[in-house]
Design a binder for this molecule. Structure first.
Ligand code: GAP
Length: 491
């Protein structure tokens, strides 16, 4: 069957379309459904977990294996509780909480203001945000009343008792993967042949007690991060003037030379982050670089830019890149009493390295990938199809083997070919139903190539390859299949 040209629906992809596809096709299920569900938890199903694994592997490959200046670690979720005092998370990792006294709704104050006034007030003092809400007579989105408490701080870390000792010992679930990297900095420089500049990467879970989780997998309490702490020499003049420079709110307030040095490093990482966006097939028109104002910066940062993405529910943070200065290593040196300085092998100079941190949320990556890849199309014959135009490297199923009939040796031949094609990753065999329906199913899960085995295959030793995006079909000799697929899809 040769379905010719198609027309991409101009309609904007909605969250309903994405969540419906995810559930229907085994990408992402709502968590604990048989118990009536458990809000804001999700399970990655068979195709979702493959997609997630492929994205993680690709990230690791691009940022660790393909570079000479990177190593990786895999740290624990539980770190020594002092870690979080040193890092400033116990004192400063807060959201602004506000309660509606009437309906008891708990809301994030900056989100309340943003939704009501379209104004970004993240980072403004509690009193100021309380005043904005009062003066603008902002109403509770749940009950419509205007009866709020004052804005107050809410620490986002989950704390859990460490009951082994029976005392009041406790641990935190890590709210970012970054800290394990700082804790192991000394071990890495002592045990590996790394020289500054170099980076340490980690992929893992992080946990945040978000006041308003939501928008599917966009904001969760439990999520995965792919983070890099990249260690560099401090800008010239920093060591002598540390206190004065650290007292300034933003890198823009530092001398020009220091700004130029850091901005060059930022540019290189911005490029690398956009190369990554291209690699996973994100729609570039939907990606925007947004600088944080001084008041919005995290307590550890002197400059941060986000890459925001046009999700179906609006332009929101996808990734971030922060200049953490020597803040973290310096704090851990103070709190642990251990020396965390680096000795330059050439100059013998000792210093605490500075850090630039590109950080990537995995769930948000998947949501941006799905938003970019999803299309509903009307074909020339008037029929409809839903297709996920996923890059072959991350597609959960690389190739589908579809024997035209369930008999006469076609299944056996298809299975034999499937065995050879396993070198490309996960493949699927499907012999049930009309071939058109089988194609549609593979289109919906983003399989780039379908291979149809028909009666002629046994005579001409060839199969039909059907391309997901163009829907064109080509006859290829079985003996040439691997080279053809390598070149066209999986190089
Ligand atoms: N170590 C720096 C750090 O954690 P962040 O901006 O707070 O910075 C990094 O988080 C990335 O983690 C974000 O850009 C986003 O992709 C992802 N992320 C943050 N909070 C999240 C949440 N509650 N649910 C899902 N992803 C989240």
């Amino acid at each position: 069957m040769n379905l010719k040209k198609n027309r991409i629906s101009p309609m904007k992809t909605s969250m309903d379309q994405i969540t419906a596809l995810c559930k229907r096709r085994g990408f992402i299920y709502p968590g604990s459904e048989i118990y009536g569900g458990f809000a804001n938890t999700y399970t990655y199903g068979p195709y979702g977990s493959l997609l997630k694994k492929n994205v993680k592997d690709l990230w690791w490959n691009m940022f660790v294996e393909n570079r000479d200046d990177m190593v990786g670690i895999d740290g624990d979720i539980f770190l020594h509780p002092k870690t979080w005092e040193a890092s400033g998370h116990v004192g400063g990792f807060n959201d602004q909480l506000i309660d509606c006294k009437n309906c008891k709704a708990r809301l994030r104050a900056d989100h309340l203001v943003e939704e009501a006034l379209g104004e970004d007030c993240e980072g403004k003092p509690d009193e100021e945000v309380t005043k904005i809400i009062q003066e603008n007579k902002i109403k509770c989105p749940k009950c419509g009343k205007q009866d709020f408490t004052d804005v107050r701080k809410f620490n986002q870390m989950f704390k859990t008792p460490l009951s082994k000792t029976g005392d009041d010992g406790h641990v935190y679930l890590r709210p970012e993967t970054a800290q394990a990297i700082f804790l192991e900095f000394k071990n890495v420089i002592d045990s590996c042949r790394v020289r500054i500049p170099f980076g340490i990467a980690q992929i893992g879970k992080a946990f945040r007690n978000e006041i308003t989780p939501g928008n599917f997998i966009f904001r969760q309490l439990e999520f995965e991060q792919m983070e890099i702490e990249y260690f560099i020499t401090p800008p010239a003049g920093f060591t002598e003037k540390r206190e004065a420079w650290m007292g300034k709110p933003h890198l823009d307030d530092w001398p020009d030379e220091a700004q130029d040095y850091m901005n060059q490093i930022f540019s290189a990482w911005e490029k690398a982050m956009f190369d990554w966006c291209d690699l996973i097939g994100l729609d570039r028109k939907k990606c925007h670089v947004v600088e944080h104002s001084a008041e919005k910066l995290s307590h550890y940062s002197k400059r941060t830019f986000d890459i925001e993405f046009d999700f179906p529910f609006g332009q929101k943070e996808l990734y971030g890149c922060a200049y953490r200065t020597d803040f973290d290593l310096n704090q851990h040196e103070k709190f642990s009493g251990k020396k965390l300085k680096y000795r330059d092998p050439q100059t013998n100079e000792e210093y605490i390295p500075h850090v630039i941190e590109p950080t990537f949320g995995l769930g948000r990556s998947l949501l941006a990938i799905l938003t970019s890849a999803y299309a509903e199309e009307t074909l020339e014959d008037g029929s409809q199809r839903t297709v996920l135009r996923l890059k072959p490297k991350i597609a959960p199923v690389k190739i589908a083997l579809l024997p035209l009939m369930k008999k006469d040796g076609l299944p056996e031949l298809a299975r034999e070919i499937q065995k050879q094609l396993k070198i490309f990753g996960y493949t699927e065999y499907d012999e049930s139903g009309a071939i058109g329906k089988r194609y549609r199913r593979q289109d919906e899960i983003g399989t780039p190539v379908c291979i149809t085995i028909d009666y002629e295959s046994k005579d001409d030793n060839a199969v039909t390859i059907r391309d997901r995006d163009t829907m064109t079909q080509e006859r290829i000799k079985i003996s040439e299949l691997i080279d053809y697929l390598k070149e066209r899809y999986f190089s």
